[in-house]
Each structure stands twice: as C-alpha cells, then as structure tokens.
Design a protein around this ligand. Structure first.
Ligand SMILES: O=C(O)CCC(=O)C(=O)O
Ligand SMILES: [Fe+2]
Length: 238
C-alpha cells in the first residue's frame, strides 16, 4: 500500500531539520484512489464540534438528516462563541469526523475500508516504516480518524499536546484531488510569536508529518472551495 519508491532518508533528514515534512506520493497510486473513493462516498460522517460549552459529536444519522443551512449554522455558532477570547479559551473546531479506533473496537460499519487501514497502520511492517521515517524507535501504535472539511469548517490553533496518549508525531494523509491554495483548509504552523512559519497545502496523496507539540491550525474552508478536504489523520504513539 505504501509507495515503495519513497526516499526515506531524504524525508527523515528533512523531518529532523524542520520538525515537519510533507512526504509526496505517499501511497501507491491505486491505493490512494481507492481510499479517496472511500472517504468521498462510503464514510458515515459525524460532526466534531467544539463550542463554548465543550467538545461534542453530532451522530451520523442526526447529521445526515440536517440540511446545509442548519449545518452551517452549527459551524458558525461554534466559531462565534470564541469572540473576545484568547489562547486556549478560544480553541474551537467544526469538521466532519469518523473516529476509526472506537468504530473498529465496537465493530461498527462492517466492510468499511477504514478498518483495514487501521489494521495496516498498526501492523509490524508499518510500525517499522514509521520508525524508519522518523528515526524514532519509541513508536508502537497508530491511531486514526477520517476527516472531511467543507465550507465554513475549521480547526483553530492548538498544539496537539497530550499528557496521556503518548503522541510523538502527528500525521495527515491528504486525499483531496486538486486542492487550491485559496480555498482555505491549509495546515498552518504558528510559532509562539503568532507568526505563520510554514503552510502545507493538502496535496493529493501527501503525508504531512510533524513532531508534537507544535502550534498549528486548519484554516477556515472558503465558500468557493471546489472540493471537500478529505484526509486520514492521527498520531504515531509511544
Ligand atoms: O487536518 C490537518 O491538516 C490537521 C489536523 C489536526 O491538526 C488535528 O486533527 O489535530
Ligand atoms: Fe492538530
């Protein structure tokens, strides 16, 4: 499934130098196309939402039954609930999500390709691959969620810091076909001074990879975005 022609030492050196890297042509072409089709057509999406009260999920049936206007209203409500707030208190998000680990454990959606992906990501050869790419022998497990960002959706500044889960590296396997820079949905790295230090376009079949913690955000997807921003994202864990 992984592209066998990847130049692993090249990407590892860049990751060590910069703390982040975007690996091009990550999957074999047919695997990328099949996975993209799964995200575009087969996933029962939930809405992951964080507003002033808490992080919460709108279940797939409820979400599917809503019309576009009601959905957009939820995104905007979550966004404006941070008005006047700064720092951690302003953390908000609204994006479509499929939490692959709980779904797998609970035996939900039998036959969904994402279950095979989670198995692959936790197979000994893939863990060995992740260790080789990062140069980090502590990696033992991989978690994953499928994500879809549509106009009005976003993930505000955060660092992925986590005290219990053992997050070492964050990854994003991007599966939108022809994402354009002015559609929003950009993965932006933001330093302690508030400067954007790097931007990753969600380029088809690329793996965005960075050491945790690091300040970053997914910018608001514009009304004119011509596609959904589709990805599988998670962490390489100790
Ligand atoms: O989708 C992305 O590019 C980044 C996602 C992210 O930062 C996260 O889920 O914590
Ligand atoms: Fe993140």
């Amino acid at each position: 499934m992984i592209n066998e022609a990847l130049d692993i030492p090249r990407w590892r050196d860049a990751l060590h130098r910069e703390g982040r890297v975007q690996v091009a042509d990550f999957l074999q072409a047919d695997a990328a196309a099949r996975l993209r089709q799964c995200l575009a057509e087969e996933v029962p999406w939930t809405l992951a939402l964080r507003d002033a009260a808490a992080a919460r999920t709108i279940d797939a049936a409820t979400y599917a039954a809503m019309d576009d206007g009601d959905r957009l209203h939820l995104y905007v409500e979550a966004a404006v609930s941070a008005h006047g707030l700064q720092g951690d208190a302003a953390f908000r998000f609204a994006y479509d999500s499929y939490m692959m680990v709980p779904a797998y454990r609970e035996g939900r959606d039998p036959g969904l390709l994402l279950h095979r992906v989670l198995e692959l990501f936790n197979s000994p050869p893939y863990i060995a691959f992740a260790r080789a790419l990062s140069g980090d022998a502590r990696i033992r497990r991989v978690n994953a969620q499928a994500t879809r960002y549509r106009p009005g959706q976003f993930l505000r500044y955060h660092t992925d810091v986590d005290s219990s889960e053992g997050r070492l590296y964050a990854y994003v396997l991007n599966l939108s076909a022809h994402w354009q820079a002015d559609w929003g949905g950009l993965l932006q790295f933001i330093d302690d001074g508030g400067r954007v230090t790097d931007t990753f376009l969600p380029r088809y079949n690329s793996l965005s990879l960075f050491a945790v913690p690091a300040g970053h955000a997914v910018s608001l997807v514009a009304p004119w975005a011509g596609e959904d921003r589709l990805a599988i994202t998670g962490w390489w864990l100790s």
